[in-house]
Design a protein around this ligand. Structure first.
Ligand SMILES: C[S@@+](CC[C@H](N)C(=O)[O-])C[C@H]1O[C@@H](n2cnc3c(N)ncnc32)[C@H](O)[C@@H]1O
Length: 261
């Protein structure tokens, strides 16, 4: 695996997207993804579980009547297909995909952006709450007087403590009206297999954005001021309910949906 050196370094974000099925990633990301998948298949399972949770949570929010989605750190827009999960419940739902990574080519057919006026993408940094909410597209597409579902799946797992990820999530929800939802999944070191932890610590320095392993008590603080819905903050495998038989991952994550009262 290459060391970080600008555009030629593997991007953990793109590696992740390749692991969950995107076929449009760069060769260095595909190589890194193959290496990760061979050395640590548990990371692939975790990524897939997070995607499964995201689809469930988007459908849940849409069933609650939320018809506006702000997917921050969306990765390649449309992979995973948040707009499809939302439109399966409410074909009129509007989705804005937000990511800072300009290298992610869209997987959403252009007609979604141009003709139906239901799916948009913008480039912005996750921490720039003001920049996101004052972006012309967001102003045009989202009505911030009505509930919005803000999605942060596997995004905060790439934002280091010194960038204040909890403050970022909080600032965004402060701008959202009552009835808005926050959807988050986050990798954890809790209960992790020591070999998996050693692998992550060994590989992390090679990535542009290292994986931030956090404990449950840290992850729950993202939801301060929100009412947790469904099963609460649970292992990502267990939202909305544990599988039968239960799935236990050697490196897991937590997931939750919070509603702003
Ligand atoms: C692991 S991917 C997750 C993608 C998608 N949310 C999902 O659940 O499959 C994390 C994404 O967050 C983006 N990201 C990480 N830090 C960011 C930041 N500070 N601002 C904007 N996007 C960021 C990366 O570019 C990447 O596309």
């Amino acid at each position: 695996m290459e060391k970080p050196d600008g555009d030629r370094a593997p991007s953990l974000a793109h590696v992740y997207l390749h692991l969950v099925g995107s076929e449009r990633e760069r060769p260095q990301d595909r190589r890194a993804a193959d290496e990760v998948a061979a050395a640590a298949p548990a990371l692939v399972d975790l990524a897939r579980q997070s995607t499964r949770f995201l689809m469930e949570a988007v459908a849940y929010c849409a069933r609650q009547g939320v018809d506006q989605f702000l997917d921050i750190g969306s990765g390649t827009p449309g992979s995973p297909p948040v707009h499809e999960a939302a439109h399966a419940v409410n074909p009129a739902a509007r989705i804005v995909y937000v990511d800072s990574d300009p290298g992610a080519p869209s997987r959403v057919p252009p007609r979604h952006f141009d003709a139906t006026r239901r799916v948009w993408q913008i480039k912005a940094a996750a921490g720039d709450t003001e920049g996101i909410l004052s972006h012309g597209t967001v102003i045009r597409v989202l009505d911030l007087t009505r509930p919005v579902a803000v999605l942060w799946t596997s995004t905060m797992s790439l934002i280091p403590d010194h960038d204040d990820p909890v403050g970022i999530a909080r600032a965004m929800m402060e701008e959202m009206p009552s009835g808005s939802h926050m959807v988050m999944s986050h990798v954890t070191s809790d209960g992790a297999d020591p070999e998996m932890l050693a692998y992550v610590h060994r590989r992390n320095p090679l990535f542009h954005r290292p994986l931030q392993l956090r404990r449950r008590h840290q992850i729950v603080s993202f939801f301060d001021g929100l009412d947790l819905v469904g099963p609460g903050l649970v292992p990502v495998t267990d939202w909305p309910a544990p599988a039968d038989p239960p799935v236990v991952l050697p490196l897991s994550g937590y997931a939750a949906v919070g509603r702003k009262p």
